[in-house]
Design a protein around this ligand. Structure first.
Ligand SMILES: Cc1cc2nc3c(=O)[nH]c(=O)nc-3n(C[C@H](O)[C@H](O)[C@H](O)COP(=O)(O)OP(=O)(O)OC[C@H]3O[C@@H](n4cnc5c(N)ncnc54)[C@H](O)[C@@H]3O)c2cc1C
Length: 399
């Protein structure tokens, strides 16, 4: 089975990240290729969103010397690829963190075989695994025999984009401009932003997360056809949270879960992990990655401080007060609260993923196109999936 097919099947079975790639080493290698084609396109393209999909789209448009702009709602590029720089002595991935593929995927994303030589990776295969059942711990170190994937050693996913993709695009990105209306009734597509600024283009690529599309922040003129809005609404994207806490001592195993071990690795993940594992660091940083129904009770608490206090309470119970005793500092990244993200990542297409994706990526009247992690058939919910979807949308426009 190829990696892509494995991921697809795992998602269908409700197996979530980071564990859905448990058996990745047993999978065949998928090729990721930046598309190459002939084009005589001479119009203007606007990309909505400067996350992985939008940046990849810009990267390809730049290669083909197309006139384009990227309109971003927030004040930064990256979207769900985000970095905390000054937290400890290594940069922290507040969003995407694992490379859910062979590291060779990085060179393939930007079509430059040379770059892997300049990036240090770690093999992420934790050695100590435990589960807490509310009263006692059980060991699950056998998991180290089958779980292994990759992470960046001294950089992050954000650092990758910052170094290899964004530099050529910086003067094309317009920040703090949430698009609220897309009028595709005429020859040109007219975008209106929250500040009542207007932008015009021949073609538009929307990379806003599906949850943003579902929330009707953006209105369309004419309205979206029912088939399109039904397809968009059939994709799930629920809560997402990451928290990092620095301690004076490492009193926890490399990876631990609350509840039954294998069940905790289902689609509704809640995983505590040593975020400094094999990094160039002497600091002790515990990460919490949680999505969907496992993240929801934390998100419902409202403030970052309330979320942090709840997690500390849980850790103190598990580790007999050691969390409070050794606490230094923390950072909370609540993805559900980000106004232009609104959650973690997409999954569960009511068992009809390919049709759903094809309906959405068919676009609107050959003028408005859609991209983003949720619209990659083979690499959904990953950074490379987002890039792939951005490239596919550009190829559709230019060919
Ligand atoms: C907690 C968490 C952990 C993850 N872990 C991993 C991992 O380990 N490995 C991995 O490969 N992937 C991981 N992912 C998934 C990965 O981060 C995403 O698949 C990918 O970054 C999504 O890119 P995107 O461009 O599709 O969307 P986004 O990154 O969400 O970009 C969309 C952009 O559109 C902008 N936007 C939205 N609405 C508007 C509007 N109206 N006007 C203008 N701009 C707008 C947003 O501000 C944003 O910048 C994780 C995600 C989360 C949340």
């Amino acid at each position: 089975m190829t990696r892509a097919a494995f991921i697809r099947n795992s998602l269908a079975m409700g197996i979530g990240f980071p564990f859905l790639t448990n058996f990745i080493s047993a999978c065949g290698r998928d090729e990721f290729q930046v598309p190459e084609f002939q084009t005589d396109f001479s119009g203007k393209v606007i990309v909505i969103g400067a996350g992985a999909a939008g940046l990849a789209a810009g990267y390809l448009l730049q290669r083909y010397n197309v006139d384009f702009q990227i309109i971003e709602a927030s004040s930064v590029f990256g979207g769900r690829v985000k970095r905390a720089d000054n937290f400890v002595d290594f940069p922290i991935d507040l969003g995407a963190e694992w490379i859910h593929a062979s590291p060779a995927i990085l060179a393939e994303i930007i079509d430059d075989p040379g770059i892997n030589a300049n990036i240090d990776f770690i093999t992420y295969n934790p050695q100590t695994f435990k589960a807490w059942n509310g009263e006692k711990w059980t060991n699950h170190n056998y998991a180290s025999n089958f779980y292994s994937e990759y992470k960046f050693k001294n950089t992050t996913w954000y650092g990758f984009f910052e170094k290899y993709i964004a530099p050529e695009l910086l003067d094309k990105i317009v920040y703090n401009q949430p698009v609220v209306k897309i009028d595709y009734s005429g020859n040109q597509v007219i975008l209106q932003t929250e500040d009542n600024n207007f932008y015009e283009a021949d073609k538009v690529i929307i990379t806003a997360p599906v949850k943003v599309l579902q929330s009707n922040i953006i209105t369309f003129l004419p309205e979206l056809p029912t088939t399109m809005s039904s397809a968009i609404n059939s994709i799930s994207m629920d809560d997402g949270l990451k928290v990092f806490i620095e301690f004076e001592e490492k009193f926890y195993p490399d990876l631990f879960v609350v509840g039954r071990f294998l069940q905790s690795l289902s689609g509704d993940d809640k995983i505590f992990y040593d975020a400094a594992f094999r990094k160039d660091s002497t600091r002790n940083v515990l990460g919490l990655f949680t999505i969907n129904s496992q993240a929801a009770p934390y998100i419902a608490l409202g403030s970052d401080q309330a979320i942090f206090e709840k997690i500390m309470e849980e850790l103190d119970e598990m580790f007999e007060g050691k969390a409070s005793q050794h606490y230094i500092q923390h950072v909370v990244q609540n993805w559900s609260k980000e106004p232009y993200i609104k959650g973690s990542y997409s999954y569960n297409f009511e068992n009809n993923q390919e049709d759903t994706v094809n309906t959405i990526t068919a676009g609107l009247e050959d003028k408005v196109f859609f991209a983003g992690e949720g619209l990659s058939i083979d690499n959904q919910a990953t950074v490379q999936g987002a890039c792939e979807s951005g490239y596919t949308a550009v190829e559709k426009i230019l060919t």
